[in-house]
Design a protein around this ligand. Structure first.
Ligand code: TYD
Ligand code: MG
Length: 469
């Protein structure tokens, strides 16, 4: 039999090539290809034609569903789809220092207090460091079993001893290595091999396994996207250094809805849950300033109100600047184009900045109308009415299109003391608020311009406030 050749594996996307090259042809990343020895064993038995015969089953068979394990951290359980599913594997990704280890040690401690066997394996920190953190969080007395280990075989052998664990944390998957694969630790092949072994353990024993994954600068879970396909749920933990808020978001979930978020606040004593995120995101708002609109958004099944801030200022550059934080830049370009084409605004001489306050990332097209309102308000210098929320998707024709869950958005706004909503005509769902139907972008621009007309003249540096086309 021919001697197996080593393969060249891209550490970014997992693509395999036959020779080394500077740039991966699949993902076009530079310097990511590493030589790896062929994996031993896998496929060898199949090649020898010694397959085992197994029974096939029907869809209507009886499978008993084990109850979900409720961690007690409501925001965490919500993102998992209503508790952890026994036998499932969750990958949690996030930037270094965002609080992954803190969140998981807190979840471990609450579960361990409820008499579940919980094991926390750290490949990055020494046992003393994990203990120190737990002590700082006031969780030192929780019966969590700790170890600092990186060998998957040793970990699995240890886990199989004693009572079956309900939850196993592997912090992080990139530090694990398995001796069944002849590649350096940290390479795609190793990470994949280690993940495979841990997933098999979860499926056969019914323990829930949570893998921590590092993310790269652009927010991808580092290296092995392949692991994302192997696990049952992928959850990302987001936030930025300037804010205390941390958002746990389900990206993929085989056992529950995605796009569900959990909101936490990083405090001196660990992560605390935020039960009413809208109040948090709107705190410190200056409702009398122009350029701020409150967007009634939805995150999964939960309505969340956030402030969309815009600054439109005369440019000193040849090409005006367009900058966005917390929203899709392509959507900002689209909203600006619609405002120019159908709203009669001239924005070519202005820099435009858009920011979603509080560090939240909004992914919904329903934020178009709020962004447009904030932009027009900033351009005209007319503040928007204080007790009004905005929602609605903009079409390229300037029409405001209906959005989902209008009723829930309005209910949340009413709960927080808002009096009116501006959105597409979905008056059936107005509920407790007065819904001012806005069918077209021209109506929105005219409304805001009219409310500004009664005030002081716009600031002198904005002479060409609303020029009609
Ligand atoms: P950590 O959980 O170690 O992050 P990760 O595992 O995602 O890399 O979190 C570390 C950060 O959290 C660190 O910058 C300090 C901060 N922190 C607090 O603010 N309060 C606390 O009680 C703890 C434990 C951490
Ligand atoms: Mg950590």
């Amino acid at each position: 039999m021919a001697k197996p050749h080593s393969t060249f594996v891209c550490q970014n996307c997992g693509a395999i090539s036959q020779r080394w090259q500077g740039r991966c042809e699949a993902c076009e990343e530079w310097n990511t290809i590493v030589e790896e020895a062929p994996s031993s064993g896998i496929g060898a038995r199949a090649a020898a034609g010694k397959g085992r015969v197994f029974a096939l089953e029907g869809l209507d068979g009886q499978s008993k569903e084990a109850p979900r394990i409720i961690s007690g951290i409501t925001e965490f359980d919500r993102v998992a789809g209503g508790g952890l599913v026994p036998g499932s594997v969750i990958l949690i990704g996030g930037e270094p220092g965002i609080g992954k280890s803190t969140l998981l040690i807190q979840a471990c401690a609450t579960l361990a207090m409820k008499k579940h066997r919980v094991v926390y394996i750290s490949g990055e920190e020494a046992v003393a460091q994990v203990r120190l953190r737990a002590a700082r969080l006031g969780l030192a007395s929780a019966p969590v079993e700790l170890a600092a280990e990186t060998s998957v075989e040793d970990i699995l052998a240890t886990l199989k001893q004693g009572k079956q664990p309900a939850l196993v944390i592997i912090d992080s998957i990139q530090t694990m290595w398995t001796s069944t694969v002849e590649a350096a630790p940290g390479t795609v092949t190793q990470v994949r091999g280690a993940a495979q072994a841990l997933i098999r353990f979860a499926k056969t024993t019914g323990a829930c396994v949570i893998l921590v994954g590092h993310v790269t600068k652009d927010g991808q879970i580092a290296g092995p996207r392949v692991v994302e396909h192997m696990v049952d749920a992928v959850v990302s933990f987001e936030g930025d250094g300037g804010h205390q808020f941390r958002i746990l978001r389900a990206v993929k979930n085989r056992f529950g809805p995605t796009d569900e978020i959990g909101v936490f606040e990083m405090t001196g004593s660990g992560l605390s849950e935020v039960a009413n995120p809208s109040a948090l995101f709107l705190s410190g708002r200056d409702a009398s300033a122009p350029g701020a609109a409150v967007f009634a958004g939805m995150e999964g099944t939960r309505p969340v109100l956030v402030e969309v801030q815009a600054l439109v200022a005369p440019t000193s550059l040849g090409t005006p600047r367009r900058a966005v934080v917390g929203w899709d830049p392509a959507r900002l370009s689209m909203v600006l184009a619609v405002l120019e084409a159908h709203g009669g605004l001239r924005l070519g001489q202005y820099d435009v900045y858009l920011n979603v306050a509080g560090g939240l990332r909004v992914n919904e097209p329903a934020a178009d109308l709020a962004a447009a309102a904030a932009l027009v308000s900033s351009l005209t210098g007319a503040p928007l009415p204080a007790e009004t929320v905005y929602f609605g998707e903009l079409g390229l024709s300037g029409a405001v299109r209906p959005v989902t869950h209008a009723g829930q958005r309005i209910k949340e706004a009413a709960k927080l003391g808002f009096k009116a909503a501006v959105g597409p005509d979905q008056s059936g769902e107005a509920g407790p608020l007065s819904l001012r139907a806005c069918g077209h972008i021209t109506a929105l621009v005219a409304d805001i311009a009219a409310s500004g007309a009664g005030r002081r003249a716009p600031a002198p540096q904005r002479p060409r406030a609303v020029g009609t086309a």
